[in-house]
Design a protein around this ligand. Structure first.
Ligand code: ADP
Ligand code: MG
Length: 353
């Protein structure tokens, strides 16, 4: 399957909007890359550049398996696309929609029928073959859009927030199916989303974007556990904050000292040994404990029951309230004191700004 390289690609639109700063990105053959970031950060623009619907500014080069496709049209590139809004032909049947691209590509009718059948079966919509698009649910339409995109055996599959319009349960189910489908086809895929969980579930690697720039590229595990800068940490859910000091490579929080905590300085791309730091962490960065092993004592402001655990909102530890998870069957009420210890390996440490 096809390797995609983007070199020195930037995009400024005709009205002067600078959508993308120059960036490099290599997508390996068969890999699923997820572009993750808030609305307006440039995800769709990258996808459209790979498709040939948008061209990079002068100096940018896009290649497929080493062949320069920078100025090539979408037809020549053989990409399959699926969007949030379905872009299906509403007055055609499901089978006609899936057959459409094959017809355009001149696939003979007998082979066309066989391939349409196979695609419909793969997407579990064979029983809907003769329905019209406007008679389908949102989830069914996205199945048709996927079937249509892969029917032409594209070199690369581009998916732009394909599940965003669907309800939560269906989104998870289709996401699982898309994951299985991409593995089965072994196709190179670029998947755009603003949903962190979707990105984690689907990506071999995730490209986190911020305002037209790549903030980090990494596996889901790297992005989740080793965010390289505060933006990524915050975007992937490390919403709690505390302050501390690095001294001789050890982390000091109040009177407590923690070893083996890596503090990364994104401004210098180096480990930080000295100076004021900000700690980012999720609800597992602190745990309730007995007084004798506690680093801090705070006050429970609120308790929410999340089924498999309790989530506490606690004041008096950081400068703002922090969230802390505990066992679902613990009995803790708002207004109580809670003793906590720090799980230093769950902290991400950046220089204070
Ligand atoms: P995302 O998909 O991450 O939400 P986009 O790639 O759609 O972001 O847009 C990136 C930026 O470029 C935004 O500021 C958007 O308003 C702008 N933009 C997108 N398309 C155009 C266009 N055709 N002309 C001018 N500005 C555009
Ligand atoms: Mg978009």
């Amino acid at each position: 399957s096809t390797q995609i390289r983007l070199r020195n690609c930037a995009k400024t639109f005709a009205d002067g909007t600078r959508a993308l700063a120059p960036f490099d990105l290599t997508i390996e053959g068969g890999e699923t890359i997820v572009l993750l970031g808030p609305s307006g950060c440039g995800k769709t623009t990258i996808l459209r550049m790979i498709a040939g619907l948008e061209f990079p500014d002068a100096g940018g080069v896009i290649s497929f398996d080493g062949d320069d496709v920078t100025r090539q049209s979408i037809e020549k590139r053989r990409v399959g696309m699926v969007f949030q809004s379905y872009a299906l032909f509403p007055n055609m049947t499901v089978a006609e929609n899936v057959a459409y691209g094959l017809k355009v590509h001149g696939v003979p009718s007998a082979e066309r029928d066989a391939r349409v059948d196979a695609m419909l079966e793969m997407m579990h919509i064979d029983m809907l073959a003769d329905r019209r698009i406007d008679q389908l649910s949102g989830g069914q339409r996205q199945r048709v859009a996927l079937a249509r995109a892969i029917a032409v055996q594209p070199r690369v599959l581009l998916l732009d927030e394909p599940l965003t319009a669907l309800d939560a349960k269906l989104r998870v189910r289709l996401r699982t199916e898309i994951n299985a489908l991409l593995r089965k086809l072994g196709i190179t895929a670029v998947y755009v989303t603003h949903d962190q969980e979707e990105a984690m579930a689907l990506g071999d690697r995730i490209v986190v974007m911020q305002k037209g720039e790549i903030a980090q590229i990494g596996t889901p595990r790297e992005i989740y556990r080793k965010p390289q800068n505060p933006f990524v940490a915050d975007f992937v859910g490390a919403a709690n904050r505390m302050t501390g000091q690095m001294r001789d490579g050890r982390l000091h929080i109040g009177a407590h000292v923690f070893d083996a905590v890596d503090a990364f300085d994104p401004r210098h791309g180096a480990i930080l040994d000295q100076g004021a730091v900000e700690l980012y962490f999720r609800a597992d960065g602190l745990s309730p404990c007995d007084l004798d092993e506690a680093h801090f004592t705070g006050r429970v402001e609120a308790v929410s029951y999340l089924g498999e655990r309790l989530r506490l909102t606690v004041s008096g530890i950081g400068s703002q309230a922090v969230t802390i998870d505990t066992h679902a069957d613990d009995v803790i009420e708002a207004g109580a004191d809670v003793h906590c210890r720090v799980n230093a390996d769950r902290l991400t440490v950046f220089p204070a700004v």
